[in-house]
Design a protein around this ligand. Structure first.
Ligand SMILES: NC(=O)CC[C@H](N)C(=O)O
Length: 380
């Protein structure tokens, strides 16, 4: 297989952080310029799933794994119709991808989709910088001639911050569609798409759920028009503080007592619907190796994460809300961040992490069964 890597690899590229730190390397993927929020992922596998996760919209992802692209790209692993990351940063790209499913190199795929990246920089130093100073705005510029550093820095400092960004409607479907149940259909779920990953709908379909995926601006009437046994709120990009519309839809669902499940952005929306605030983490959780404790069972799961915001809820007390009592059901053992909420008086729960595990360990797949149990309970 021929790749464009050798040709492009000679093209210089520069990564400029908003605080003035600069890394020089080589172009990877498309040649040009891009801007976003610099974040790092500690996943050692699953780069295609990462790149195509709509929650990464407007983020420049730094891979802490030093060698990326070994298995090329295939048509099975994408989590959505396109790559969403705004830019991609790797230490040492594979020059000869090799895998039975591979249909090309990651470098070529990034270039074909117009995604600007950079390789050959010290990603450990960059990750430590982001860990110490926090996620921040960044630009990548590649080409044989790029403007001077001061000009580039001024442009990076004009990039809008992630705090306050309302992005779900930019990635979600504009038309409703149905993911059919695998085998016998047992339940109908209305899934509000705020940036849903393909595997999330699949994990439901595998359990006999017919999933009606609805646009981010779906109304309460749209949700109930599909006569759902349960309602799901997906992951998605941006600041949950901006998600007023889904919060109001979720309150109506809670009011009616329909079984409800939320993942990631969906967890933050449940937090807000219950009256909690959300806040931006210093550098967030991204990767497939994060320890989360289920506080109801004491069990620890190793889980997939991608979040930069979190719910501000008290860990050690049950809180009274207009929708009954709620407890923090899950917590991240690295930093005690809220990773799940559970209502005690209504059939509703959510997690901040990714039980669909694409990519990642399958420790938390049972949460989809918990959603099914809530729907079964409602019928009984
Ligand atoms: N994966 C997600 O749903 C991310 C939610 C939100 N955009 C955050 O960064 O916290």
């Amino acid at each position: 297989m021929t790749t464009s890597t050798r040709g492009v690899a000679k093209t210089p590229a520069v990564l400029v952080l908003e605080d003035g730190r600069i890394f020089r390397g080589r172009a990877y993927g498309a040649v040009g310029e891009t801007f976003g929020e610099a974040v790092f992922s500690t996943g050692m596998t699953g780069y295609q799933e990462t790149l195509t996760d709509p929650s990464y919209h407007r983020q420049v992802v730094v891979m802490t794994a030093p060698h990326v692209g070994n298995t090329g790209v295939n048509d099975d692993d994408p989590e959505s119709r396109r790559i969403w990351v705004a830019g991609y940063v790797v230490r040492d790209p594979a020059r000869v991808p090799s895998n039975w499913r591979s249909r090309g190199s990651l470098d070529e795929e990034l270039a074909a989709q117009g995604v600007v990246g950079i390789s050959g920089i010290d990603t450990r130093a960059l990750t430590r910088h982001l860990r110490e100073r926090g996620a921040m705005r960044v630009g990548i510029f590649s080409g044989d001639t790029v403007p001077d550093d001061a000009t580039l820095l001024a442009r990076v400092q004009e990039v809008p911050p992630m705090k306050g960004a309302d992005l779900a409607a930019e990635v979600a479907t504009t038309e409703p569609y149905v993911v059919p149940a695998v085998g016998e259909k047992k339940f109908t779920v209305a899934a509000v798409d705020l940036g849903i990953k393909g595997m999330t709908a699949q994990r439901m379909a595998q359990r006999g759920i017919e999933v009606h995926v609805l646009p981010a601006n779906a109304t309460v009437d749209d949700v109930y028009a599909v006569e759902p046994d349960g309602v799901f709120f997906s992951n998605g990009p941006g600041d949950p503080a901006t998600a007023d519309h889904p919060v109001s839809v979720m309150r109506a669902v809670l009011e009616r007592g329909t079984p409800l499940f939320g993942i990631c952005f969906g967890n933050q929306i449940l937090g807000r619907a219950l009256g909690f605030g959300t806040f931006k983490l210093k550098y967030g959780h991204r990767g497939i190796n994060q320890p989360v404790q289920d506080r109801t069972t004491g069990k620890v799961e190793i889980t997939a994460h991608n979040h930069g915001f979190a719910v501000d809820a008290p860990l050690d007390k049950v809180t009274a809300t207009p929708f009954g009592r709620v407890e923090v059901s899950h917590v991240c053992l690295n930093d005690n961040v809220v990773e799940g909420l559970r209502l005690l008086d209504r059939p509703a729960f959510s997690v901040q992490y990714h039980p669909e595990a694409a990519a990642g360990p399958h420790d938390a797949a049972h949460l989809f069964d918990r959603f099914v149990s809530l729907m079964e309970g409602q019928r009984a």
